[in-house]
Design a protein around this ligand. Structure first.
Ligand SMILES: NC(=O)c1ccc[n+]([C@@H]2O[C@H](COP(=O)([O-])OP(=O)(O)OC[C@H]3O[C@@H](n4cnc5c(N)ncnc54)[C@H](O)[C@@H]3O)[C@@H](O)[C@H]2O)c1
Ligand SMILES: N[C@@H](CCO)C(=O)O
Length: 332
């Protein structure tokens, strides 16, 4: 039985969902991969807990977090071999996630990032660091989570030339637009998205198009080997939409969507975030409030469209898909 020690940085809604699923799957990991999985360390912004034998979960899953067990020294002190980073997204500095991921990779730990900031800030640097240390940097959770995006590009379409990717990549903007078309106000729809746990702590990050921009930025750089910066990506938002726009789209029989697009023309990769409308019979028009979608056009495998649900639990499960791929590789 191989022992795997996991540290989770950012112990909020997603971090806790990750921990919950890992604990529910303990037997599954043992049976399929002969893997003894222990969560040995978690931390939030002010407090955390480390126990090298595995954290002492009570029956209510509450943990006796200790003030100060976070930040500098947390990764080294965790003695983990996998980091799952689920802290806040800060694309300007990389945020705390950048520091945690760098420390983890430098120490020979695999890193699974659910937050986007570090990846937008310096995907290439982190990927190089992972390679130099013989470990993996996995990013499904940061690239639309349960929707197959980066795995589609890197595994399923291997060998193809991917010409174009377009997707409804941000759950919050799709939720808000769908609800506005059903008659809800912008403010009420954003509040509901927050209540459901899909919006960012500051929902301007979603509605101004930053979340989609971050996702296409990471996908372009990780999936196409581009070196795009966020400022290279023209960006629409949905925060300026008026009731008159909604009435006009209804009258025209079209459906508005905020789209992340990547175009790859002979190695020249461009990305954008665009507010577009689609006729009612277009597949994207069927992507209702709690869903996301991606359409990929390739040279020889043609066009592929995937549509899926979104939720905080699905996001946590996507990060654990990345973890399971690490287990599969080690168990071969
Ligand atoms: N909610 C979703 O559906 C979803 C989907 C995909 C990706 N994400 C990403 O996952 C991340 C977490 O989202 P969430 O909904 O759990 O947010 P959240 O606000 O519930 O949790 C974030 C946690 O990070 C902690 N944190 C802040 N600063 C920290 C620091 N310096 N060190 C350690 N921890 C720190 C906070 O204390 C908090 O517990 C975000 O980056 C978000 O973009 C969320
Ligand atoms: N706020 C994001 C979740 C993180 O990717 C969304 O609405 O899709």
């Amino acid at each position: 039985m191989k022992r795997w020690n996991i540290a989770i940085t950012g112990f909020g809604a997603i971090g806790k969902a990750v921990a919950q699923i890992i604990r529910e799957r303990e037997q599954h990991y043992r049976e399929l991969y002969a893997a003894d999985i222990r969560i040995v360390a978690v931390c939030g912004s002010r407090a955390g807990l480390i126990d090298h034998d595995g954290l002492p979960w009570g029956t209510d899953s509450a943990l006796p977090l200790q003030p100060g067990v976070t930040g500098a020294g947390f990764i080294e002190g965790s003695h983990a071999n996998v980091l799952i980073e689920a802290g806040p997204t800060n694309f300007e500095t990389g945020g705390s996630g950048y520091t945690y991921i760098r420390q983890a990779l430098s120490q020979g730990m695999h890193a699974i990032s659910i937050s986007k900031g570090a990846l937008v800030f310096d995907y290439a640097g982190l990927a190089d660091l992972a390679k130099a240390n013989g470990v993996q940097l996995k990013i499904s959770g940061a690239t639309s989570a349960a929707l197959p995006t980066i795995d589609l590009l890197q595994y399923n379409l291997a060998g193809c030339q991917v010409l174009e990717v377009e997707g409804i990549l941000t759950a919050t903007t799709n939720f808000v637009l769908s609800k506005m078309m059903d008659g809800m106000s912008f403010d009420d729809a954003v509040a509901e998205a927050k209540r459901l746990g899909i919006a960012e702590p500051d929902p301007r990050f979603d509605v101004e198009g930053w979340d989609t921009a971050c996702k296409v930025n990471i996908l372009a750089n990780a999936g196409f080997g581009a070196r795009l910066k966020l400022q290279d990506i023209p960006r629409d938002g949905i925060d300026q939409i008026s009731p008159a726009d909604i009435q006009r789209w209804k009258a025209e029989g079209v459906v508005p969507k905020l789209i992340g697009r990547i175009q790859n023309d002979g190695g020249n990769t461009k990305a954008s975030v665009e507010l577009k409308t689609y006729p009612l019979d277009h597949p994207f028009s069927q992507v209702t409030a709690r869903m996301k979608a991606i359409r990929v056009n390739t040279d020889v495998m043609g066009e592929i469209t995937a549509i899926g649900v979104t939720s905080p639990l699905a996001t946590a499960a996507a990060a654990l898909k990345d973890f399971e791929h690490l287990l599969m590789a080690a168990h071969r």
